[in-house]
Design a protein around this ligand. Structure first.
Ligand SMILES: Cc1cc2nc3c(=O)[nH]c(=O)nc-3n(C[C@H](O)[C@H](O)[C@H](O)COP(=O)(O)OP(=O)(O)OC[C@H]3O[C@@H](n4cnc5c(N)ncnc54)[C@H](O)[C@@H]3O)c2cc1C
Length: 438
């Protein structure tokens, strides 16, 4: 199911859900105060739960979407967008007082090389010079297998980009890593648009692997996106107030210990694990998988930009260090965050950003560096990690049944995460309600 097809207000076999929900007393414990945990708390309440606790190891909610705040301005690590009106996540947050502002979703990509680039406007994936759209059948589960479907001319620059971006071979990653790497759809610039369009319509693999820039085929689904009014810090403060208003007990600076939580499990309790699942492996006596977690450096500059905001530009050339430059407004300043595959020299970075943006409309002057940080990102899974997570789910299901809700650990996009967690939460709470009715 696509996130936009999801209806979280769909009727239940029982009377719960929405204003007429049957309240119930059993506990819902949620680990992780990122977006997934916050949404799970709101949705659990919507479904009738009235005894909800949320554990967050830090003193702020928001997880990876919570920016560092400096002089009232948000130093964002990357671009976290919400959908336009009608986005189920946004709707749920709006029900709890959050406000969003739509904007024209603008982005671009540079591929091939920075000096002799292939440019794509309003296309977030690589636009490559190849013309051959014949695909080899998909022969396995790794990203290497996925890329091997393409003709050599398209495959080689994609492999180079993966090595540069994550620092490992495509064969070491699961095929779904294509999504956080933004190479899930490739535009072969040399192909005829008609042929490409026909291929996408007639062959699901071609539809999955090829994309066409929005303006060239009238695709409008992602033409609008939204951001929280007042920024992310305001959004998460609003969420905290809304959680308190519905009686959710938020425990800050509380690193949840899986052994303790599992030991305290009572019949009818639901446990939602919307945080890193790594500690659960030990608690369940399972080997911890090796998880690729590259450390990315982000640099936020004050800039003068004559062009639309927010906007971002992706670099698929595997040159320099910056893989994405994101320009946004925060508290009256225009800021540019450069997400980089590694720490780099500031002057070289500034030069590379100019080279990257030189190919797009708008005029940029980069000012002083405001903030830099280095953080690992647990977004690119190996096949081994995916299999280990499946084993972990089975072990937890054997112990708690459907009352254990995994926080969509493997899934990247927040819309898809929400759909998965919401469905699992409904199943868990139906069990609770049935138990209380006995
Ligand atoms: C830079 C970046 C950009 C992204 N951009 C997008 C995007 O544009 N669109 C999109 O859909 N997705 C994007 N993602 C994916 C993103 O991961 C999800 O969209 C979503 O924000 C993740 O929320 P989460 O709550 O699942 O995880 P997190 O935000 O990681 O939250 C987990 C929380 O759990 C807490 N925690 C961890 N362990 C424990 C413990 N033992 N006890 C208590 N608390 C604990 C952490 O402190 C954290 O607050 C992006 C990710 C990154 C890193």
């Amino acid at each position: 199911m696509r996130a936009e097809d999801h209806n979280r207000n769909a009727p239940f076999p029982t009377s719960f859900g929405g204003a007429g929900a049957t309240p119930f007393a059993a506990r819902v414990r949620i680990v992780g105060g990122g977006l997934t945990g916050i949404l799970a708390a709101f949705q659990a309440h919507h479904l009738g739960a009235r005894n909800i606790e949320l554990f967050e190891r830090l003193d702020q909610l928001g997880g990876v979407a919570q920016p560092h705040s400096q002089d009232g301005r948000e130093m964002r690590d990357g671009c976290h967008y919400f959908g336009p009106q009608g986005d189920p996540i946004r709707e749920l947050l709006e029900e709890h007082g959050a406000r969003f502002q739509d904007f024209d979703n603008r982005f671009g990509a540079v591929s091939q090389s920075l000096d002799n680039p292939a440019i794509a406007q309003d296309f977030g994936g690589p636009a490559l010079a190849g013309s051959n759209i014949e695909l080899a059948p998909l022969a396995g589960r790794t990203l290497g297998d996925r890329l091997a479907c393409y003709d050599d001319e398209l495959r080689a620059p994609l492999e180079r980009y993966v090595r540069w971006h994550v620092g490992c071979e495509p064969s070491e990653l699961h095929a779904d890593a294509a999504h956080p790497l933004a190479i899930n759809r490739v535009y072969p610039k040399g192909a005829s648009l008609d042929a490409l369009w026909q291929a996408k319509r007639s062959n699901p693999l071609a539809d999955d692997l090829f994309g066409i820039p929005r303006g060239l085929w009238g695709y409008t689904t992602n033409a609008k996106a939204s951001l929280p009014v007042g920024g992310f810090t305001a959004l998460f403060e609003q969420c905290r107030a809304a959680l308190a208003a519905i009686g959710v007990r938020v425990h800050d600076r509380k690193l949840a210990n899986p052994k303790t939580l599992l030991a305290e499990d009572a019949p009818g309790d639901t446990l939602v694990w919307a945080a890193s699942p790594i500690p659960l492996f030990k608690a369940m006596g399972l080997p911890v998988p090796r998880a690729p977690a590259p450390k990315f450096a982000t640099y936020t500059f004050e800039v003068n930009w004559k062009g639309p905001t927010p906007v971002y530009f992706h670099n698929f050339t595997a040159e320099g260090a910056c893989f994405r430059a994101y320009i946004y407004e925060s508290a009256g300043s225009t800021l540019l965050t450069a997400e980089c595959v590694t720490k780099c020299d500031e002057n070289e970075l500034v030069r590379d950003i100019y080279r990257l943006l030189d190919h797009f409309e708008g005029a940029l002057t980069i000012g002083a560096l405001q903030f830099k940080s280095i953080k690992p990102r647990w977004l690119y899974h190996s096949v081994e990690t995916i299999d280990s997570l499946e084993q972990l789910r089975r072990a937890l299901k054997a112990r708690m049944g459907d009352r254990f809700v995994a926080g969509a650990w493997e899934t990247y996009a927040k819309g898809a995460k929400f759909v998965e967690v919401e469905a699992d939460l409904r199943r868990a709470l139906e069990i609770t309600l049935a138990l209380e009715a006995i």
